[in-house]
Design a protein around this ligand. Structure first.
Ligand SMILES: *[C@@H]1O[C@H](CO)[C@@H](O)[C@H](O)[C@H]1NC(C)=O
Ligand SMILES: *[C@@H]1O[C@H](CO)[C@@H](O)[C@H](O)[C@H]1NC(C)=O
Ligand SMILES: *[C@@H]1O[C@H](CO)[C@@H](O)[C@H](O)[C@H]1NC(C)=O
Ligand SMILES: *[C@@H]1O[C@H](CO)[C@@H](O)[C@H](O)[C@H]1NC(C)=O
Ligand SMILES: *[C@@H]1O[C@H](CO)[C@@H](O)[C@H](O)[C@H]1NC(C)=O
Ligand SMILES: *[C@@H]1O[C@H](CO)[C@@H](O)[C@H](O)[C@H]1NC(C)=O
Ligand SMILES: *[C@@H]1O[C@H](CO)[C@@H](O)[C@H](O)[C@H]1NC(C)=O
Length: 370
């Protein structure tokens, strides 16, 4: 190597280390593998998964996080931290009392009267017990030289606790949330229980006070995925594509490197009961913002009046009519559409990779055959 090119390389290295990269924290009540794989496949580092109450109790959410990492041998480089076990104000009784007053929420998650933990009685799973999620989030944001993006797809409780202690944390973070539905009333009334559920802001409703604290904070950037995350579903075409590029069902069955494909496609037939890619859409938008094809900006807040049928719902206000001293609002980018073909390509790219050595070598080669 010539001296001059050596200097150039050194300069490039120094420059490289000064450019802030983007690093991710996945904060969720229902962590799934794609929420981690989508940012990793986009070349981002995932610093950890933090868990909270919602679809599951927090212990079960923590178990789900560990299960999302293990098929890809990712446990040793993506730590899991257990977070808030209860909302800031609501509890099981007041959650049900509110429904006595205003009507039932279709999906009740961990506070359904018939809820059963998905954690098998004999399960053993790892997570980092030295510190709880809110403290870890604060320490991580404080110490990070890189730009931190938090994808929050559960209750906002961990974030609210962190913000109560350190409000300026928000200025250092880009927050992308799943949920934040607007204008869903007609669909909810005319579409039946399932559509009603699709436009019920469960994550916000199970901790409205935390949601308001989080969504009105002064984030470096706030992205609300909203309506669109209830409109993108797994399809048989996506399954067919996954099976084809993996080399067929027999190969999927036989190769440990295709564990995530196997977990996704099963026997290759889309299940008849199919749920939207709710949280995965949020992860994809955070990891690859260029899939967004439509958005607008709005000031938002969350209704925190218990005596309101909209308790826990997102409200938007025209910028010139925002309260001067009353309810605080946050400025959000509201997503209205994404390129669904590109989203599906990202899923195929993320799943059809050999992740087993990622923690050692820092990348995961594609094992697609086409
Ligand atoms: C990091 O954040 C700063 C400030 O918002 C921004 O100028 C920069 O482009 C970001 N870098 C990356 C890699 O996102
Ligand atoms: C846990 O129990 C299930 C069913 O009872 C069994 O199939 C599984 O092997 C057990 N796992 C462990 C780690 O003991
Ligand atoms: C657990 O997390 C703490 C805080 O980030 C860290 O200092 C410690 O090294 C972690 N422990 C393990 C075993 O990774
Ligand atoms: C949100 O979704 C509902 C139901 O599909 C739709 O009627 C409404 O127009 C959407 N609102 C926005 C702002 O996208
Ligand atoms: C599974 O893989 C093993 C070795 O990797 C091979 O011997 C075996 O024939 C394969 N089975 C099928 C059904 O492809
Ligand atoms: C394949 O899986 C689907 C969804 O889990 C199920 O409904 C179907 O019965 C299965 N078909 C076969 C042939 O096993
Ligand atoms: C799993 O990752 C560890 C590093 O964390 C590595 O030592 C090990 O070889 C990997 N296992 C497999 C089966 O590749």
């Amino acid at each position: 190597m010539k001296f001059s090119s050596c200097l150039l390389n050194t300069a490039a290295l120094l420059l490289g280390s000064n450019v802030a990269a983007e690093v991710f924290i996945v904060d969720n009540d229902t962590p799934t593998s794609l929420q981690v794989l989508l940012p990793l496949a986009a070349g981002k580092k995932v610093l950890g998964i933090t868990t909270n109450l919602g679809d599951y109790d927090t212990e079960a959410a923590t178990y789900e996080a560990a299960m999302a990492l293990s098929p890809g041998n990712l446990t040793s480089c993506v730590p899991v931290y257990k977070g808030a076990e209860q909302p800031l104000v609501l509890d099981y009784n007041t959650y049900h009392l509110w429904q006595d007053l205003y009507g039932s929420i279709v999906w009740q998650g961990a506070w359904d009267k018939t809820y059963e933990s998905p954690v098998p009685a004999n399960a053993t799973f790892e997570y980092n017990k030295t510190v709880g999620a809110p403290q870890w989030i604060m320490d991580t944001v404080k110490n990070s030289k890189d730009n931190v993006t938090i994808v929050a797809a559960g209750t906002m409780t961990n974030l609210a606790i962190a913000l109560a202690q350190w409000p300026e944390m928000a200025e250092k973070v880009k927050l992308v949330i799943m949920g934040g539905y607007v204008d869903g009333q007609m669909a909810q009334v005319t579409g039946g229980d399932f559509v009603n559920d699709l436009y019920s802001d469960f994550n916000l409703m199970i901790d409205p006070e935390a949601a308001q604290r989080a969504l009105s904070a002064s984030w470096r950037e706030l992205v609300i995925v909203g309506n669109i995350s209830s409109q993108v579903f797994p399809t048989q075409n996506l399954y067919n594509e996954l099976v084809a590029v993996s080399g067929g069902l027999a190969t999927i069955e036989n190769k440990t490197s295709l564990a995530y494909v196997k977990e996704t496609v099963g026997n290759g037939t889309l299940p008849s009961f199919n749920l939207p890619y709710w949280d995965e859409v949020a992860s994809a938008i955070a990891a690859a913002p260029d899939i967004v094809t439509g958005s607008y900006e709005a000031y938002v807040s969350v209704d925190t009046s218990f005596s309101s049928p909209f308790y826990g719902s997102l409200r938007m206000v025209p910028s010139d009519l925002r309260a001067k001293k009353g309810v605080k609002t946050g400025k959000a980018t509201m997503i209205t559409s994404i390129d669904v073909d590109k989203f599906n390509d990202l899923i195929v790219d993320a799943l059809v990779r050999d992740w087993t050595n990622y923690c050692t070598i820092g990348n995961a080669p594609s094992v697609a055959i086409l």
